[in-house]
Design a binder for this molecule. Structure first.
Ligand SMILES: [Zn+2]
Length: 560
């Protein structure tokens, strides 16, 4: 009798345990929102955040804020960062090594999304070119949500730039929308649709960008509430603007023209527009209001354009963030109403940071400057001539990447003394910190060289350079393809803290608010969101940020 009772009890306990183990996991979020703010340095929250009262405030106060988040790789630029956020992989895996790179097959530079097989579908005037994610080597989170969720996710991404909208989306989406000055409005690609998407067409028709013509960008708050100087040393706005507020959105001619569109993109009015288009997308497609999990990706571009021209310590950057705070406040409030507070999850981050303006750093007695790619190419050419005799060695370069012809590389392999001489010559160029042959990166990284490791994470065979050159801290490259860049005040693209460190804030469903001091990278975002949704990423380098998961998340339920 006793044994029977025991056995019955034991059987019941086993059943109970099984029931607990199979307790339904927390349902996935109804909407995954990924917000990327182009060029938002990680320290902007500490520096400027005290003034925020809207959406940025909600994210900082109510989210899981990873204060030590940084990209661990060398090529801290826009297309690379967005591909990392969307795939959870580093460039060595996802293959996006720059905004553009030297294509050895065609012998010219190619944009990261340029695709001659596609055409532009315009919501405005016709525009040339073609874009797609065909060079991206890893599936994105939204592609996985589309294919793995029981109800395929609807996917919408929008931005000012094609590379950001496309990289956030991936292979297929319901609407991938970006701004094209030649079209005088927004466009998409034949990679996603054969005809304009009706709700985007309706919105852009009802809200032409040209309605902002004549608007004036002024400070949102009283002037006394801005840090730093308005016209700081070395600020380089476009010729039609001065370094001081106000900034008018004026055309050169009577009608809105290229100058107006450029000014508009470089102003918070463009962020505001994207915020309203995001809200319209939620309403038009009822994102997050169906039976599945949908995806909304927005990349706000104005801060990058403003930051390049005015630098991180400017009234313009500070004001762009004050206004973005309001734009995001409106978007989150709309999601609360439409999707329901607590039903959606937000991942907030940036694609890269930015260096201070070199003249401002130099004024503070910091060694800083601009490194002309041509001087690095010339030093390489001269060293090759010294080693192998006179000749044209066809040294090409794109930022940190130098490309050498295969026969020259072979000669250098057979002549270690000449190879050392080339490295010595490149390292002697003022502003250069380090130079490595790509095939040696592995051994340097294995020996604990952090810069070589950063370059290795950025390295993709056949796309990256044969010789990798890194500027000193507070220096950056100022030319690409040998053609002078427009005279930006500052830039990014190195492995230094100001370029690598960005915010990561997770907010909403399944997220435990708090400040987290562990190191994290934006490659952790997609794995964490995938985990919350119960889908699997095929080839992620990042990991799940388990500290930020709320107790109702599937992990804890199953662990009980
Ligand atoms: Zn930039």
């Amino acid at each position: 009798m006793y044994t029977v009772v025991c056995r019955t009890l034991a059987a019941m306990l086993v059943l109970l345990a099984a029931a607990a183990a199979h307790a339904a996991p927390a349902p996935p979020p109804r909407l995954v929102v990924v917000i990327v703010v182009d060029q938002m340095r990680g320290d902007y929250i500490a520096r400027y955040g005290y003034q925020w009262t809207g959406g940025l405030r909600r994210l900082v106060d109510g989210g899981a804020w990873f204060r030590r988040a940084a990209y661990p790789y060398l090529t801290t630029v826009t297309c690379v960062g967005h591909a990392t956020v969307s795939t959870g992989a580093f460039p060595r895996t996802h293959g996006i090594v720059g905004n553009s790179w030297f294509d050895r097959e065609t012998g010219r530079s190619v944009g990261c999304t340029a695709d001659p097989k596609q055409t532009i579908i315009s919501y405005g005037a016709p525009a040339g070119g073609g874009e797609s994610p065909w060079r991206l080597q890893t599936a994105t989170l939204s592609d996985e949500l589309r294919t793995q969720m029981p109800v395929p996710a609807r996917v919408v991404t929008l931005s000012l730039k094609e590379r950001t909208a496309i990289m956030l989306a991936g292979d297929r989406a319901d609407a991938v929308t970006w701004f094209n000055p030649a079209a005088g409005g927004f466009v998409t690609s034949s990679a996603y649709t054969s005809a304009p998407v009706p709700f985007v067409a309706a919105f852009t028709k009802a809200n032409p960008v040209t309605a902002d013509a004549g608007k004036v960008w002024t400070r949102t708050l009283p002037e006394s509430q801005y840090l730093h100087a308005d016209a700081g040393t070395g600020e380089k706005p476009a010729a039609y603007w001065s370094a001081e507020f106000p900034h008018a959105l004026k055309a050169k001619s009577e009608a809105p023209d290229a100058q107006f569109f450029e000014a508009w993109e470089t102003s918070p009015f463009s962020d505001d527009y994207l915020g309203r288009l995001a809200i319209a997308s939620v309403d038009a497609l009822k994102l997050g209001q169906g039976s599945g999990t949908d995806f909304l990706g927005v990349s706000f571009s104005a801060l990058d354009l403003v930051g390049h021209d005015f630098g991180p310590a400017s009234h313009e950057v500070q004001d762009t963030l004050v206004r973005l705070d309001r734009t995001l406040g409106a978007l989150l409030a709309h999601l609360d109403r439409g999707v329901g507070a607590g039903n959606y999850v937000v991942a907030f981050t940036a694609d890269h940071g930015a260096a201070p303006i070199p003249e401002q750093a130099a004024a503070a007695a910091i060694d800083a400057g601009r490194l002309d790619s041509a001087t690095v190419r010339q030093a390489t050419q001269k060293a090759l001539e010294a080693a192998f005799g006179p000749g044209e060695y066809l040294v090409r370069s794109q930022y940190s990447d130098l490309i050498l012809p295969p026969d020259v590389l072979e000669k250098l392999r057979r002549d270690p003394a000449a190879a050392r001489e080339v490295l010595r010559a490149v390292r002697a160029v003022p502003g250069v910190a380090a130079a490595y042959f790509a095939e040696d990166l592995d051994s340097h990284a294995a020996a604990g060289d952090r810069d070589a490791r950063a370059a290795l994470l950025s390295y993709y065979p056949g796309r990256s350079g044969d010789l990798i050159v890194m500027p000193k801290p507070y220096w950056f490259f100022v030319t690409a393809d040998g053609s002078p860049q427009p005279g930006s005040a500052t830039s990014h693209g190195t492995m230094y803290g100001y370029d690598q460190q960005v915010p990561i804030i997770l907010y909403g469903r399944g997220i435990k608010p708090g400040e987290y001091a562990r190191q994290a990278t934006p490659a952790d975002i997609a794995p964490t969101l995938a985990y919350l949704c119960g889908v699997t990423l095929a080839h992620a380098d990042g990991e799940v940020l388990i500290e930020a998961l709320a107790p109702t998340a599937p992990s804890v339920q199953r662990g009980r």
